[in-house]
Design a protein around this ligand. Structure first.
Ligand code: DGL
Length: 273
């Protein structure tokens, strides 16, 4: 078997994505746009959502099961389309698997730091905020003042389709008021569920720029695949495969804002514990 033949097999392998639920679709959306010829498999761990309230041991256990699932699917890479696992799990498991693992926070911090802001606000889950992963990563590349604020209610508001309710507006306003006491120049949406709330956030604070890191993450992944020569070289497009650990129908309805599931099947996966 010559080298090229072997390379072609690698190039053709799918890329796995995972998140606790619909959040990672905000990343898949961007990656699919700039890598239209890749095969994608998405896993939403809806049974264990929200990840932001789980312990490190629990998050490592969830991630291991998902990585094992992706090993069985022979993927060439797994995209951690979840800030919480990037903050808590990545360092512990990054060398344990044969595929590449892309963590969102570590992959986007350099480009966010290069915006040369004096102050950056971060909204993220309690687990991400308590880890201080964002301030640690950003401060590797800049001296910006990083203000980290956790938003425990936001993921459930998204997953329960409550985005346009008064309850949601109050929950967003509470955190915006807290953040604006520190007057950041821009605010990073440090949880992949939060782009679902971006329009509502902008209505409450029209002059603020909310950074969705997904676009920078997608560019990082594309560059890395090309740099390593493992991009899919075919001209075809492939419909993504979707899996969840509970309630596929709810996943389709909620995720509709970032993916049109019209003709797509979402399959239920039960891991044996
Ligand atoms: N969307 C994930 C993140 O970026 C997880 C949110 C959660 O389930 O708490 O952190």
């Amino acid at each position: 078997m010559d080298d090229n033949f072997q390379k072609n097999i690698i190039n053709d392998q799918p890329i796995g994505f995972f998140d606790s639920g619909v959040g990672g679709l905000t990343v898949l959306d961007k990656v699919k746009n700039i890598l239209p010829n890749e095969k994608f498999i998405y896993f939403g761990d809806t049974l264990n959502m929200p990840y932001g309230e789980k312990s490190s041991d629990q998050l490592i256990e969830f991630a291991k099961r998902i990585f094992d699932f992706y090993e069985s699917k022979s993927v060439k890479a797994v995209v951690m389309a979840c800030n919480t696992t990037s903050a808590i799990v990545y360092e512990k498991l990054k060398n344990e698997y044969s595929f590449k693992i892309y963590p969102i926070i570590q992959s986007v911090s350099k480009v966010i730091a290069s915006m040369q802001l004096d102050s950056i606000g971060i909204f993220a889950t309690p687990a991400t905020i308590n880890s201080h992963c964002y301030s640690r990563e950003l401060n590797k590349y800049s001296n910006a003042r990083v203000i980290e604020i956790s938003c425990p209610k936001w993921v459930k508001l998204v997953e329960n389709s409550l985005i346009t309710t008064e309850e949601c507006k109050l929950a967003l306003k509470e955190k915006l008021d807290e953040m604006m006491q520190y007057n950041p120049q821009k605010i990073v949406l440090g949880c992949t569920h939060y782009p679902y709330l971006k329009d509502e956030l902008s209505k409450l604070l029209p002059n603020m720029e909310f950074i969705d890191p997904a676009i920078y993450f997608a560019e990082f992944i594309k560059n890395d695949l090309f740099l390593n020569g493992i991009q899919n070289k075919s001209n075809r497009t492939y419909p993504p495969e979707f899996y969840v650990s509970s309630d596929p129908d709810k996943f389709k309805i909620v995720g509709n804002m970032f993916y049109d599931f019209k003709d797509s099947k979402v399959s239920l996966v039960k891991f044996s514990v």
